[in-house]
Write a protein that binds this ligand. Sequence first.
Ligand code: PLP
Length: 359
Amino acid sequence: MRVYNFSAGPAVLPEEVLKRAAEEMLEYGSSGQSVMEMSHRSKEYQAIIDSCEASLRKVMNIPDNYKVLFLQGGASMQFAMVPLNLMKKGRADFVITGQWATKAYKEAQRFGTANAVASSKDKTFSYIPELDESKFDKDADYFHICLNNTIYGTRFPKLPETGNVPLVADMSSCILSEPVDVSKFGLIYAGAQKNMGPAGLTVVIIREDLICDFPEDSKVPTMLQYKTHADNGSMFNTPPTYAIYILGLVLEWIKGKGGLTAMKEINEKKAKIIYDFLDNSSMFKATVQGADRSLMNIPFVTGNEELDAKFVAEAKKNGFVNIKGHRSVGGMRASIYNAMPVEGCEALVRFMADFEKNN
Ligand SMILES: *Cc1c(COP(=O)(O)O)cnc(C)c1O
C-alpha cells in the first residue's frame, strides 16, 4: 500500500506518472526497449528530450532567449558553476536565508567576492529579511537568492529589485509549484528531486547573453562551462536519460491539471489546510509566520522534543512518512510538493487532531 510521503526530497511523484512509467518500463512505444536502455543518440531518445524541453518551455512560459539545460551534479554543483561562469568582475550579492543559501554563498567565495546583503540567521532562518536596496552592489555580476528555503519553510514573498544585475535563483524546492516570470531572472536552477522528478537531474534555465566563451587555455573544466551544454543540446556527454523522461511525464501531468496556475491554486489550498490547523492547535505550532510561509515545506513543533518524537513515530505507523524535521531545526516538517494530493493534507490534519486529543 502506498503511504503519504512528506519527504523533502527525493520526494513523492504523481501516481499517474509512476503507473505510466511502469507500463512503459519494458517497452517504450514500439522501440522494443526500455527508456533506460536507449542510446542517448537515438532518434527515439532525441524525441523524448525534445518533448521534455518543449513541455518545460510551455509550462513555465520560458522566453526564446533562454536556454534550458539538463545537467547532473545537483543544485550543489550549481553553487560552483554559477560563479565559475557568471563572475566576470568577481563580485556577487547573496541573501542568506538558510542552509542552502549559505552553501551557495560560501562556495562562491572560492571564485570571487561574495557579499551578504542580508541574513535571517539571527532567528534560525524563520523569516525572509527586509532588503535594503542601497546595500546592493550595482556592479555585481549577479544577485543570488534561494527562492524557497526547504529546511526552514520560508519563501520570498516578492522578488528583490536588482535593476541590471541578473537575478539568480535556486528554485530546487519550488520550481513548477506556481507561475514565475522567467524574464525577471538571469538564471534559474533546480535539482529535480523535489518537485520535478527523480534525483540525478538538475535543470538550468539561463538567459543566452549570460552564456560566455572561455579561452582555449581556461582552467574551467569543459563540463562546468554552460556553453558546453548549451552548444550541444545537453548532449555533450550522456545526460541523465531516465530522469529527463520522467520529468517529461511529470510535465504532461501538470499540463493535464491545468498548468502552473492550477498547481498554485491546489498548492495554496493544501498549505492552507495545514497552516489553518497549526494556527488553531494548542499542541502544534508553525515555526514560520505570515507572508514568508512556504507553500511547499511546512515545519512545525510541539515545543517538547519527546512529544515530537512520539508524533513522528506514530505518524509513520499510520502511513505518514518522512515527516521528521531537518536535523538542524528539529520538530516536524511536512513537504507537500505538487504530487502530494489534497487528501494527503486532509488526512494528516485529521491524524494530528487525533494525536492532540490523545496526548
Ligand atoms: C535540496 C536542495 C539543494 C541541494 O540539492 P542537491 O541536488 O542535493 O545538490 C539545494 N538547494 C535547495 C533549495 C534544495 O532544496
